[in-house]
Ligand binder design. Structure first.
Ligand code: NI
Length: 176
């Protein structure tokens, strides 16, 4: 297993539209395992392949307290949506930023597992939020896109400042 590098906003690669998965070989299962490990280590509750610069329709998530209920969704498709809920969302690609986003409260999703077997999943609450958020990543959309252009610009500047501070705090090992 290996930790994967997570792309961060405003990296243009996050805007790539993922293509359907057609190869259900061992490389796909390995990628899903590495994505889960990366997500748990971050830590986060969901990760889309887009975020690790793999532009195929694959996402992983685990919204359980105990971190023992992983879901892997390949080629997910929303069959039905119902109601609405507002949740304070964050994203591993937009670190340290949280904002309220309105999404469907309940969804029914059809997807495949890493072996290509189809299944449907009924989701509500945080699981539904998370699936909708990750599915947005697969079409190149980020939760900050739901904010006004002004707020999105503030997010971009805040992240730039965080990165500058992190860079200046890093030990100067390159000088050795
Ligand atoms: Ni995200």
């Amino acid at each position: 297993m290996a930790l994967l590098n997570i792309l961060e906003f405003p990296d243009p690669r996050l805007r790539t539209k993922a293509v359907p998965v057609t190869d259900f070989g061992p490389a796909l299962a390995r990628l899903a395992e590495n994505m889960l490990e990366t997500m748990y280590a971050a830590p986060g509750v969901g990760l889309a392949a887009t975020q690790v610069d793999v532009h195929r329709q694959l996402l992983v998530l685990d919204v359980s307290e105990e971190k023992n209920a992983p879901h892997v969704l390949v080629n997910p498709r929303i069959l039905a949506k119902e109601g609405s809920q507002t949740y304070q969302e964050g994203c591993l690609s937009v670190p340290g930023i949280f904002a309220e986003v309105e999404r469907a409260e309940h969804i029914r999703v059809e997807a495949q597992d890493v072996h290509g077997a189809s299944f449907t999943l009924e989701a509500g609450g945080l699981l539904a939020v998370c699936i909708q958020h990750e599915m947005d990543h697969l079409i190149g959309k980020l939760f900050v896109d739901y904010l006004s252009p002004l707020k999105r610009e503030l997010v971009r500047k805040k992240l730039e400042k965080q990165r500058r501070q992190a860079a200046s705090a890093a030990p100067a090992t390159a000088a050795l």
